[in-house]
Design a protein around this ligand. Structure first.
Ligand SMILES: [Zn+2]
Length: 404
C-alpha cells in the first residue's frame, strides 16, 4: 500500500460513519425533554422562527440539528418577594403555558403542540416540530390537585416534583450543597399528587428531587417515571445527577434517564473552575439581580453577558458521550434518552454549543460501537414509549374507576 493510500482510506472510513450517522439522525425521531427557552417567549418582540446568535435553541437551529420533538419547560424559580402571594405561581405558570401555545400559534407551518405520543409522531411525520410542555417544579400547583388537573388539561405532560428547593409536600436535592431535609421524602399529599399524575397520564419527573423523595415517588407511582434532565453521579458527583442504584430503579419501572448536557453537572473539572468563578463574581451577580429583579429576561441577559466576559474551560464532547454510555450500561439501552437542559444552563460541551449540533452526538455514539437500533432508541423512541406507557396506565386507571 502506498504511503498516501492509508490516510485516504481512513478518511473515507470517517466520512462513511459521518454519512451513516447523518442518515440515521435524519430518519430517527429526535426528542429532548428539557428546554428552558420558554421564558423568552414572554418577551416583547422575541421571534422563535429567527436564528439567534445567543442561547441554544430556535426553530432554524432545531431544524438544522434534526431536533423533532422538544419539551418546553414551564420553568419557574422560587416565588418570593414583593407582590407575590397565594395565586402568584399559578398565574405565572398560566402565562408561561400561554406563551408556549402562542409560539406554536404564530408558526403553524413549522411548529405544533403535542398532547400525546401519537400526536408527536403525526406532527413529525408531516415535517413539523412537535412541542410538549413539562412543568418544572411542584410548587406551581400551590398544594391543590385542582391546579394539577387544570395544568394537565392545558397540555402539561410531565411535572418535576420539585425544583431546586423543597415544596410543602416534597424534598428537593438542591443545586449545590445538600439541603436540610424538610419532609424526608413525600408527604401524604405528595403521594396523592403522584397517584393523580398516574391517573391523568402525566409523567412523574424525578430530576431535582432528593433521594428520599425519589424513593417515595418510586414506591408510589404505577407508571414509568422519567428523570427529564439528569446525568450520572458515578462519573460526576453532583447532587443533580443520579446514582447507579437510582438509574437501575428507573429502568426496573420501565422509565428513562434523560441525560443532561450541562458541563457543570457532567464534568468535575468544569465544575471546579465554575465554582471558583461563582465565588468571585457573586457580588456582581447580586447587584444585577437587585437592578433587574430575579427571574426577569433582563437579569438573565445581563448575567449571561457577565459570564461571557469570564469564560470557563470547554468540556470535551467525549465527557457527554461517556454519560450516555454509562447510563446505557447501567440501565440498558431501553432506558436512556436526552434532556439537554437547553437555555437553562451556561455551558455545553465543545461541539455541542447549541441544538443544531445534535448530529455530532449520533455520530459519536456510532463511533463508540452502538448499533443503529440502540441509537434510535436513545434519540427518541425510548421517551415516546414512556409517554405511551403513561397514557396506557391513565386509561387503565380511568376504566377501573368507572367500573367502581
Ligand atoms: Zn432543571
Amino acid at each position: 500500500m502506498s504511503a498516501l493510500l492509508l490516510p485516504t482510506l481512513l478518511l473515507l472510513q470517517q466520512d462513511e460513519i459521518r454519512a451513516r450517522a447523518l442518515a440515521l439522525h435524519r430518519g430517527a425521531i429526535v426528542l429532548d425533554t428539557h428546554s428552558d427557552v420558554t421564558p423568552d417567549f414572554e418577551e416583547e418582540g422575541y421571534d422563535f422562527s429567527e436564528r439567534h446568535a445567543d442561547g441554544h435553541m430556535d426553530l432554524p437551529r432545531m431544524a438544522e440539528g434534526g431536533l423533532d420533538v422538544e419539551f418546553l419547560s414551564i420553568y419557574m424559580g422560587k416565588v418570593e418577594g414583593p407582590g407575590t402571594g397565594p395565586g402568584t405561581a399559578v398565574h405565572r405558570a398560566i402565562r408561561r403555558i400561554d406563551a408556549a401555545w402562542e409560539m406554536t400559534r404564530r408558526h403553524p407551518d413549522r411548529a405544533e403542540m403535542a398532547l400525546t405520543a401519537a400526536d408527536a409522531r403525526r406532527i413529525v411525520g408531516v415535517g413539523k416540530i412537535a412541542f410538549f410542555m413539562g412543568m418544572e417544579g411542584g410548587h406551581m400547583i400551590e398544594d391543590d390537585l385542582a391546579a394539577l388537573r387544570t395544568f394537565h388539561r392545558l397540555g402539561v405532560r410531565y411535572l418535576t416534583l420539585t425544583h431546586s428547593f423543597h415544596t410543602n409536600w416534597a424534598d428537593s436535592a438542591g443545586i449545590g450543597s445538600p439541603l436540610e431535609p424538610r419532609h424526608r421524602g413525600l408527604t401524604d399529599f405528595g403521594r396523592a399528587v403522584v397517584r393523580e399524575m398516574n391517573r391523568l397520564g402525566m409523567v412523574v419527573d424525578l430530576s431535582h428531587v432528593s433521594e428520599e423523595t425519589f424513593r417515595d415517588a418510586m414506591e408510589t407511582t404505577e407508571a414509568p417515571p422519567m428523570a427529564s434532565h439528569s446525568s450520572c453521579r458515578a462519573l460526576s458527583d453532583h447532587p443533580r445527577n443520579l446514582t447507579d442504584e437510582q438509574i437501575r430503579a428507573i429502568a426496573k419501572k420501565g422509565g428513562t434517564v434523560q441525560i443532561n448536557f450541562y458541563s457543570g453537572f457532567i464534568d468535575p473539572e468544569f465544575r471546579k473552575a465554575s465554582e471558583k468563578r461563582r465565588t468571585t463574581l457573586e457580588p456582581q451577580v447580586a447587584k444585577l439581580r437587585e437592578k433587574h429583579g430575579a427571574d426577569t429576561p433582563e437579569f438573565r441577559a445581563a448575567r449571561r453577558e457577565l459570564m461571557a466576559r469570564h469564560p470557563l474551560p470547554k468540556t470535551p464532547l467525549k465527557v457527554l458521550v461517556d454519560h450516555v454510555d454509562h447510563a446505557i450500561r447501567v440501565a440498558g439501552a431501553d432506558h436512556v434518552g436526552l434532556g439537554a437542559d437547553w437555555d437553562g444552563i451556561e455551558a455545553l460541551p465543545e461541539g455541542m454549543e447549541d441544538c443544531s449540533k445534535l448530529p455530532a452526538l449520533t455520530e459519536a455514539l456510532l463511533r463508540r460501537g452502538h448499533d443503529e437500533a440502540v441509537v434510535r432508541k436513545v434519540l427518541g423512541e425510548n421517551t415516546l414509549r414512556v409517554l405511551e406507557a403513561c397514557e396506557e396506565v391513565a386509561r387503565r386507571l380511568g376504566e377501573s374507576r368507572e367500573r367502581k
